[in-house]
Design a protein around this ligand. Structure first.
Ligand SMILES: Cc1ncc(COP(=O)(O)O)c(C=O)c1O
Length: 365
C-alpha cells in the first residue's frame, strides 16, 4: 500500500520537540493570543519576507478576514478562479462579498488576467488568485489588471508556503496573502490554523482587531469582529515545524524531479518549475485524457491517487445561487476532468515514488 499522505511520519520526525512545545504551553496557563502566537507570526512573516503576520483560525478565515480588513464585504464583487478548492470561495462568501468566477489561463492552472477583466463588474473590489498545488503564479498581468479595475489583490497562498517567483514568495505581492495550516498542508498544524501576511501596517492592525471580536483593548470594541484566533498550542507546534519547512519543501522538489524523470515521454502532462523554487509541490498533479482509468489502475495496485478537484466551484450546489452552469469556464472544467494527484509528501521514500512511477508507465504500456 502506498497511501496518499502520511501525517504521523512528520509527527514522529519531531516528536520530542513537539511534545516539549505542547508541555510548555499547557504549563504556561496562556492558551490564547500569547507569546507563542506572536513568535510564530513574526517567524513565519520573516520567513516569507512580509512585514506582518496575523494568525487566525483557518485559511478560509484568512481569506474572509483579509477582505473585511480591506473594507470589502456586502455589495462588493470579488473575482476568483473557476478552478480552485471550494474553501477559497467559501472565504469570499463569508466576507459578505459576491464571488465572481473567471477561467484559468491556457496551459496552466492559474487565474487568467484577461478573463478577470472580461468578467469584472463595476462592483469588483478585489481579485483572489490562487497559487494552486503549490506553484507560485506570475502575478504581474493580474496586478496590472487589478490596478486598472481599482481592485486589490488578495492571494490565496493556502497551498504554496515558500514557493517563490522572481524572489517574491507566494502571498507577498498583493495587499494580503492568505495561508492555511490545515494538517495536510506543506506546513500543517495539528488541527485548524491560518495566517494573513501583509506589508500594510494599517491592515495588520485592523486584522488584529477583527480576529478578536473587534476588540481594540481589554474592554473596548471598535467594530463587530469575529472570533478567529490562532491558538497557543497550534502556534507552538507550528514553530517547531517551520524550522524544517525548507528541508521538507526541498524533499518535495526532489521527489517531483524523480517523477518528472521517470514519467518522461508518456502521454501525460507533468508539472515543471518555472524557475528554481517556484513550486513547492503541495500536490504533484499530472493530467491525462485517461485520468479515471489511470486512477483505477493505481488503486488496484494499492496506490492512492486523488483528484483535486473533480467539480469546479461554479458547478457546486453550494453556489447555485450565483447562476453559473456547465460550459461557463471551459478550461477550468477541462482541468477538473483531466487532473490526478500522485502521492508526494516529504516522508515518501524514493522506492515508493519509483513504484508509483513504474505503475504509471505500466498503465500506458
Ligand atoms: C486553495 C485553498 N484555499 C483555501 C483553503 C482553506 O484553508 P482551511 O482549510 O485552513 O480553511 C484551502 C485548504 O483547505 C485551500 O487549499
Amino acid at each position: 500500500m502506498i497511501p496518499f499522505i502520511d501525517l504521523t511520519a512528520q509527527f514522529h520526525e519531531c516528536e520530542r520537540e513537539l511534545l516539549d512545545a505542547a508541555s510548555r504551553v499547557l504549563n504556561s496557563g496562556t492558551y490564547i493570543l500569547g507569546g507563542e502566537v506572536e513568535a510564530f507570526e513574526r517567524d513565519f512573516a520573516g520567513w516569507l519576507g512580509s512585514a506582518h503576520g496575523i494568525g487566525v483560525a483557518s485559511g478560509t478565515d484568512a481569506i474572509a478576514l483579509a477582505l473585511t480588513a480591506l473594507g470589502i464585504g456586502h455589495g462588493d464583487d470579488v473575482v476568483t478562479s473557476a478552478f480552485t478548492a471550494v474553501p477559497t470561495v467559501v472565504g469570499i462568501a463569508q466576507s459578505g462579498a459576491r464571488p465572481v468566477f473567471a477561467d484559468i489561463a491556457e496551459g496552466g492552472y492559474g487565474l487568467d488576467a484577461c478573463e478577470v477583466e472580461r468578467v469584472a463588474t463595476p462592483d469588483t473590489r478585489a481579485i483572489v488568485p490562487v497559487h494552486l498545488y503549490g506553484e507560485c503564479m506570475d502575478l504581474s498581468a493580474l496586478l496590472d489588471a487589478a490596478h486598472r479595475l481599482g481592485a486589490v489583490v488578495i492571494e490565496d497562498a493556502c497551498q504554496a508556503h515558500g514557493a517563490r517567483l522572481g524572489g517574491k514568495a507566494a502571498g507577498t505581492s498583493g495587499a494580503a496573502g492568505a495561508f492555511s495550516f490545515y494538517p495536510t498542508k506543506n506546513l500543517g498544524a495539528f488541527g485548524d490554523a491560518g495566517l494573513i501576511a501583509t506589508d500594510d501596517g494599517a491592515v495588520a492592525g485592523r486584522l488584529r482587531k477583527v480576529r478578536d471580536y473587534g476588540r481594540s483593548c481589554r474592554d473596548l470594541f471598535e467594530e463587530p469582529g469575529r472570533n478567529s484566533r490562532l491558538d497557543e498550542l497550534q502556534a507552538s507546534m507550528l514553530r517547531v515545524k517551520l524550522e524544517r519547512l525548507d528541508a521538507w519543501n526541498e524533499r518535495r522538489r526532489s521527489l517531483a524531479a524523480l517523477y518528472a524523470a521517470e514519467l518522461e515521454g508518456l502521454p501525460l502532462e507533468v508539472p515543471r518549475e518555472a524557475e528554481s523554487g517556484s513550486h513547492v509541490y503541495h500536490l504533484y498533479v499530472v493530467a491525462t485524457d485517461e485520468r479515471d482509468d489511470l486512477q483505477r489502475h493505481l488503486e488496484e495496485r494499492g496506490i492512492a491517487a486523488l483528484v483535486h478537484y473533480p467539480v469546479c466551484p461554479h458547478l457546486q450546489d453550494a453556489f447555485a445561487n450565483l447562476g453559473y452552469g456547465p460550459g461557463d469556464f471551459p478550461r477550468a472544467e477541462a482541468a477538473a476532468a483531466h487532473v490526478l494527484s500522485l502521492p508526494l509528501h516529504p516522508a515518501l521514500s524514493d522506492t515508493d515514488a519509483m513504484t508509483v512511477a513504474r505503475e504509471v508507465r505500466a498503465f500506458f504500456g
